[in-house]
Design a binder for this molecule. Sequence first.
Ligand SMILES: O=C(O)CCC(=O)C(=O)O
Ligand SMILES: [Fe+2]
Length: 332
Amino acid sequence: MTQPQLSPLANLQTIDFDKLVNKDADEVRRLVEICTNDGFLYLDLTQWNGGKLLKSLDECNNIVKDWFTKPIEEKAATVTLSDAHGYKPVGQQSGVQEGQRDGYESLRLSRDCQLARDPLPPVVQNHQSTFDALHFGSHFVLQTILSALSDATTDPKNAATSFSSSHKDDSPSRSALYFLHHPPKPAGAGRLGQNIHTDAGTLTLLFTREPGLQVLSPTTAQWEHVASRPGCAVVNVGDTLRFLSGERFRSALHRVMPITDPVTGAQPNDRYSTAYFLRAADDAVFVGNDGKETTADEWFLRKFSSFTKDRSVQRLDSVAFGGMEKTLGVVV
Ligand SMILES: O=C(O)CCC(=O)C(=O)O
Ligand SMILES: [Fe+2]
């Protein structure tokens, strides 16, 4: 198969993380603008921290890539507590093609379990400091972005409204690190990609290598490909931050469609990605797209329950899409 043309390409703006760490006022202003208009951006990490996070990312990716080659029985024996911790096999959710299931497996490590050291899969126990570096480094990156947004847009005299108050580091939450793998598949296998959705939580830090991620442009309402960029992560706003910000910020609709052969429909190559999901404290309260008060934990559970349903069912309450298709006036 020839190299696929990724067209149209999403023209995402780039934020320099080092400037955010140093509270550069112009960079913070741009960050607020991008979260308001797009909800998706590139985060350049090359100037910050001597590339330590990127090094631990490479190390963890290599370890987990090898783990994904283990027999399904071994992977399925991973202690699985919820959709924030454990193993997710292929096909548990609806896929990118309507009426079909998803095509990816995932190893998920919750922040609470990583901190408590229990339960952790042996593959993580054997490389604890490497996983700690990626887990807690990613958490720091997203907490830094969140406090920049909070300082710039919420009332400093009212601590209760700041985003930081609902994201205290010592509160139990569903924050988690996910490793995702879309194995190759033959023609006619069904089970492809990851269905259209918005992320349930606050902010997502996503590292992709192979193509497949697509974002629905809020300006053109077209699906656009997100190219991976060396030294950069993709950051996107999730539902919780959109709701906590009174809908000022956008949670972006996205999906994963791995590259398939245009003639046979087979997926010839593996696709891997790694995501850290910063999620609010379980008991943080906000108003969802149905106008009802919900806790962050209830929203997470409703969202992942909706992900298992067929798209025809997801359209009924729009929980999987966070109501964003209605805001954009598109049919999904
Ligand atoms: O694999 C990717 O590129 C995106 C994954 C994603 O959107 C998610 O797990 O919420
Ligand atoms: Fe997502």
